[in-house]
Design a protein around this ligand. Structure first.
Ligand SMILES: NC(=O)c1ccc[n+]([C@@H]2O[C@H](COP(=O)([O-])OP(=O)(O)OC[C@H]3O[C@@H](n4cnc5c(N)ncnc54)[C@H](O)[C@@H]3O)[C@@H](O)[C@H]2O)c1
Length: 348
């Protein structure tokens, strides 16, 4: 059965409550597939592994743990549907046996990590992407790139739609991440055009949930970490810049649908509910019950002022839109960090 036929026969038979109270859709599938996934020990990758395995598919996870955490996949070890290989995807490699898809999630994804490792960030977007595209080509199978809303840079168009080409500083501090992803998109489209490879590109907007790292510099874990320790919440600039936050179960659903789709051009995946950072800090204070103050610091270089996905295309081609409210997702995430015990325990 071909991919599009499988997608067409994927039948939603209801919802069930997943780990942390999130909504997980259940599908009946007629064929079990085998994927290779880079970045499997990361935040989104480990949730996507769980989802694929829950559907009965096999996953060969690859990760070099530069930012990932073995604890994210510990529960999968010994599962007959899961194999793991510790490897830097910037070095060429292959995988034995048949493959039905290559999912490329490996990247230095948080500002703290890519600012500390700009060369590794550029490498994984360039050499890493090329190696995974080559595997897809050798196995004559499809490829999915997880790209980013950072491709839009500090956007002049709002909300950001896929046809907008972006406003990126190519030599700024963040360019190692933004340009590595823009290059990875270009490479993916070139393989599609030259080799007729079946490719998908997900432009992921801010995603949060259990298994994020508390100390990776992203605003959700940073605020939660500070709130749980009763420390002031650090707001960059005056806090009027906006963000929109997508719960990880919703993101995984979008990625899963995208891998089964025939869409070749980038698709935005994110939650269009837009908040200022000040409004977001207030939510965290209320949900954690902290009375901690706010501490204002200068805005980092090239920090986007507004961030909101236009998800019309995802609604149209994938029938997808987020289901989990910010309140519900944040409660799950806060509870997850609380169950880790002392916030210090959650650190790498
Ligand atoms: N989380 C978000 O809000 C967000 C937003 C936009 C885009 N994305 C993209 O989604 C993907 C997953 O992001 P995440 O939040 O789960 O990040 P993450 O840091 O938790 O996961 C990335 C994983 O890739 C691995 N990795 C990095 N370089 C590697 C290499 N050379 N070889 C093998 N493994 C390597 C890391 O060890 C890590 O486990 C990334 O491509 C990221 O750019 C995420």
């Amino acid at each position: 059965m071909g991919w599009s036929a499988q997608a067409a026969t994927a039948t939603s038979v209801g919802n069930e409550r997943g780990r942390g109270g999130s909504v997980v859709r259940v599908y009946i599938r007629s064929k079990r597939l085998r994927f290779i996934m880079s970045g499997a020990a990361g935040f989104i990758g480990s949730h996507l592994c769980d989802r694929l395995i829950a559907e009965g598919h096999q996953v060969v996870g690859v990760d070099n743990f530069i930012t990932g955490d073995a604890r994210n996949i510990d529960h999968l070890r010994g599962n007959r549907l899961f194999q793991f290989r510790e490897w830097d995807v910037c070095r060429p490699f292959d995988v034995d046996g048949p493959l039905d898809g290559v999912l490329h999630l490996a990247s230095l994804a948080s500002p703290v990590d890519y600012l500390e490792n700009p060369l590794e960030t550029l490498d994984v977007g360039s050499a890493g992407t090329r190696n995974l595209l080559e595997i897809a080509l050798q196995h004559q199978t499809r490829f999915m790139l997880t790209s980013t809303s950072e491709c839009y840079g500090d956007p002049l168009v709002h909300p950001q739609v896929e046809t907008y080409w972006g406003n990126v500083n190519p030599v700024g501090l963040r360019s190692c991440y933004d340009e590595s992803k823009r290059y990875a998109e270009a490479l993916t489209m070139a393989y599609h055009r030259v080799h007729r490879l079946r490719t998908n590109i997900a432009r992921i907007f801010n995603t949060y949930g259990p298994r994020m790292q508390l100390d990776d510099g992203r605003v959700v874990p940073a605020f939660i970490d500070q709130a749980l320790r009763g420390e002031p919440l650090t707001v960059f600039g005056d806090g009027s810049q906006t963000r929109s936050f997508c719960y990880v179960a919703d993101m995984v659903e979008g990625l899963y649908r995208l891998t089964l789709s025939d869409e070749r051009f980038p698709v935005n995946l994110g939650n269009p509910q837009e908040l200022t950072i000040l409004e977001f800090a207030e939510r965290i204070r209320r949900l954690t019950g902290t009375s901690a103050a706010l501490e204002f610091k200068p805005l980092p270089q090239d920090d986007p002022k507004r961030r909101q996905p236009d998800i019309s295309k995802a609604k149209q081609v994938l029938g997808w839109e987020p289901q989990v409210s910010l309140e519900e997702g944040l409660r799950d995430t806060i509870e997850y960090f609380q169950t880790l015990g002392s916030p210090a325990l959650a650190r790498r």
